[in-house]
Design a protein around this ligand. Structure first.
Ligand SMILES: Nc1ncnc2c1ncn2[C@@H]1O[C@H](COP(=O)(O)OP(=O)(O)OP(=O)(O)O)[C@@H](O)[C@H]1O
Ligand SMILES: [K+]
Ligand SMILES: [Mg+2]
Length: 694
């Protein structure tokens, strides 16, 4: 079942394997009668000239259709009515392509809407008591309680507790996920259901601006903005159209002058055949379909520009914890150094973690469950931050810290303490196992601080990630892991995951600086991350993919969200991006080549009466000028319908260099575009010439 429609949505096509890896372009795309019929009302609505302003090529066809309609009413003829009907159909097929492309998203939106239903929310008053309010009246900053069996009333971050949550309505993944306060897995989505336990959620979204609202707008296409490439192509098509309008317009006078008078009807038919109607009609459908292909792979792209950029990515930066690893770092052992008594170390470790609401902090308290240190008076909590890489507390007469080895060592030395010799080997041992070492230190009164020991936080590399990084390498994409962890841990995990490069001990600023320097080198950068500290980097990257398990800040900053939280999904994102660029290029080539060929069908037919020499051009030997013109117009319209499936599905993509892809496509679609009209128009002529009057 496709990700975004948990219940069988009637207008979805038969694509049963949206998440199968590496089959971009290979999945069948339905383009059945049902989809066409469902899209028809919308296609008619889009015929309004105002709506067509965005597609100048099709607007010109519509103006032509109006002109031939008027002419045919004044002076009815079989040719006139045939041309008129088919010109209208040309415009309709164009709007139909767009409507069909949009229709697929509409079905998904319908199933998402179910999540927006108003529910009862248990809002906390400042005094800690509960009040019941409708979910739609919740605002940013409100605290709500959600317990097992209840729906989360709005987007937010868990500020208290741990719970398993069923997010299948949004992600399509039926296995429940853990959501907990403090860390990078704190974000919850409104409409999803808590399966166990009790959490307190701080609402982060105003009504109408939730994640699901954004998803709906996205899949419906109402937020779709044209990409710079698309705009450039549209301008080019409009210019070509303007040139042909001028050419055909002057032909009217030239023809008159040389006594080969041509009717407005025939000239309009000629114009429509010459202007790039095929690509003009399919352009926006191609873009919408690209976004849709991403959605099928459970990736939400907030901008089409990001999808295109993905087609050109050179470097992929990944955060370690939660991106390359599962991200539930848990304390597994506490090792004393410098002759510290184990009990003293454990008590200090618990003290430094009692108020640490991160998953790491909680896992330490759980590991040392039996250890009950004496409470300290006037303790002030020192919260963990990615910049200091330490946490702990300050009390009267005592300071306790835990954090990254380099950070804690720096603190100890700065306050006049020394670092015991056996610390480095202990840190090294944890790191070589791929774990995160947290060094614990304390300071009593005005004494110099002492290093007490090391906590081992374990984390596991996500399954199958290595093979996928190899695939990325084959596509010419360099992978770099950036982490706040130390160099040894970073190297061990990097080797296990198979990334090309690592940047360790990175602060959020370092992450940002690395992206900027890659971009200055002219490279297109993608970044995958999940933490609030990744947000600046996600915003700076050309393609910023936030993990759905991540924080709201990360999801807001990036331009894509992967609902499966799989960093190797970038492979598919890149393929879809490349495929989008190739499809657009291929259909443009086809369209222009096609129009050139039609020239040969129509021109001889128009002028052969006056200039018999033109007969050499009349290679197609069509039965009569009227049948030739009609056949060309009919072919011009039918080719749009014929190519809608290709525009929606995308041309076949297989990993290879950009230049060889380009060569191959120019050959197939250029030559194909030249030949198709000759065959098609000839066949149509055989049938159309049977119609009396043509
Ligand atoms: N609760 C905590 N208290 C003290 N120190 C911590 C805590 N959590 C993490 N650290 C230390 O801070 C370092 C940076 O952690 P952070 O979560 O910011 O890493 P990051 O930059 O997001 O990279 P990654 O997610 O790849 O680990 C960790 O490697 C660890 O040494
Ligand atoms: K055309
Ligand atoms: Mg992180």
């Amino acid at each position: 079942m496709t990700a975004l429609s948990p219940s069988p949505a009637p207008s979805r096509d038969g694509d049963d394997h949206p998440r199968r890896a590496g089959t971009v372009g290979g999945t069948p795309v339905g383009f059945g009668r049902r989809q066409l019929l469902a899209a028809l009302p919308d296609a008619f609505r889009k015929l309004s000239p105002v709506a067509l302003l965005a597609t100048p090529v099709m607007l010109v066809v519509e103006i032509g259709a109006v002109a031939t309609t008027v002419l045919s009413i004044i002076d009815p003829s079989t040719l006139g009515w045939m041309v008129t009907v088919w010109l209208w159909l040309t415009v309709l097929f164009g709007t139909l392509a767009e409507s069909v492309a949009e229709g697929r998203g509409k079905a998904q939106a319908a199933s998402l809407r179910a999540l927006q239903a108003e529910t009862d929310a248990r809002r906390l008053r400042p005094d800690g008591t509960e009040e019941h309010v409708p979910s739609t009246s919740l605002h940013q900053g409100d605290l709500v309680v959600v317990e097992a069996g209840e729906r989360i009333p709005g987007d937010g971050d868990v500020v208290e507790g741990v719970a398993s949550v069923d997010e299948s309505a949004v992600t399509g993944e039926s296995a429940p996920v853990i959501r907990e306060s403090g860390g990078d897995r704190s974000a919850v989505t409104g409409g999803t259901e808590v399966l166990s336990d009790r959490i307190v959620v701080r609402i982060t979204a105003e009504p109408g601006h939730s994640f699901v609202d954004r998803m709906i707008a996205l899949v419906e296409g109402s937020e779709r903005q044209r990409t710079p490439n698309e705009i450039a192509l549209n301008v080019l098509l409009a210019s070509l159209t303007a040139i042909f309008v001028a050419v055909v317009g002057s032909l009217y006078f030239v023809a008159d002058y040389s006594d080969a008078h041509q009717s407005v009807l025939v000239l309009t038919a000629l114009l429509v055949c010459l202007i790039p109607t095929t690509i003009g009609a399919l352009l926006s459908a191609i873009g919408i379909a690209g976004m849709d292909r991403l959605v099928r792979r459970n990736v939400l792209a907030m901008s089409g520009r990001a999808v295109e950029a993905a087609g050109d990515v050179d470097v992929l930066l990944l955060d370690k914890t939660g991106t390359i690893t599962y991200g539930n770092r848990r304390a597994s052992e506490v090792v004393a150094v410098g002759g510290t008594v184990q009990r003293y170390l454990e008590e200090a470790t618990v003290l430094a973690s009692l108020a640490d609401e991160t998953p790491e902090g909680r896992s330490i308290v759980e590991l040392l469950e039996g250890v009950q240190p004496e409470p300290l008076a006037d303790a002030v909590l020192v919260e963990f931050s990615a910049a200091t890489r330490m946490s702990g507390l300050d009390a009267a007469g005592r300071q306790v810290r835990k954090g990254a080895a380099s950070a804690v060592e720096a603190w100890v030395r700065a306050e006049g303490g020394t670092v015991p010799d056996d610390l480095a080997p202990a840190v090294q041992r944890v790191s070589e196992l791929g774990g995160t070492p947290l060094v614990v230190a304390d300071r009593v009164g005005t004494d110099a601080p002492r290093v007490l020991g090391v906590v081992h936080l374990k984390d596991v590399v996500k399954e199958g990630i290595r093979e996928r990084f190899e695939e990325l390498r084959a596509m010419g994409i360099r992978t770099v892991m950036i982490t706040g962890d130390n160099a040894v841990t970073a190297r061990v995990i990097a080797a296990e995951a198979g990334v090309d490069d690592v940047l360790a001990e990175a602060t959020p600023e370092d992450k940002l600086a690395l992206i900027r320097s890659e971009q200055r080198g002219g490279r297109m950068v993608a970044m995958c991350g999940d933490g609030t500290n990744d947000a600046p980097a996600l915003a700076q990257a050309d393609v910023g993919v936030a993990m759905n398990t991540g924080t709201m800040a990360a999801k807001e900053a990036g331009n894509m969200v992967d609902l499966d939280s799989d960093p190797t999904k970038l492979i598919e994102v890149v393929e879809i991006g490349k495929q989008l660029l190739i499809t657009r290029g291929a259909l443009t080539t086809f369209s222009v080549a096609n129009d050139v060929a039609k020239y040969f069908a129509i021109l001889p037919a128009m002028f052969v009466g006056t200039f018999p020499q033109l007969d050499v051009l009349n290679i197609m030997r069509l039965s009569s000028p009227a049948s030739a013109i009609t056949s060309a117009v009919v072919f011009n319209a039918l080719i749009i319908v014929g190519l809608i499936p290709l525009a929606l599905r995308g041309v076949a993509y297989r990993p290879s260099s950009a230049s060889s892809l380009l060569r191959r496509n120019l050959l197939i679609y250029g030559v194909g575009g030249l030949i198709a009209p000759f065959l098609g128009i000839k066949l149509l002529d055989l049938v159309i010439s049977l119609i009396p009057g043509l």
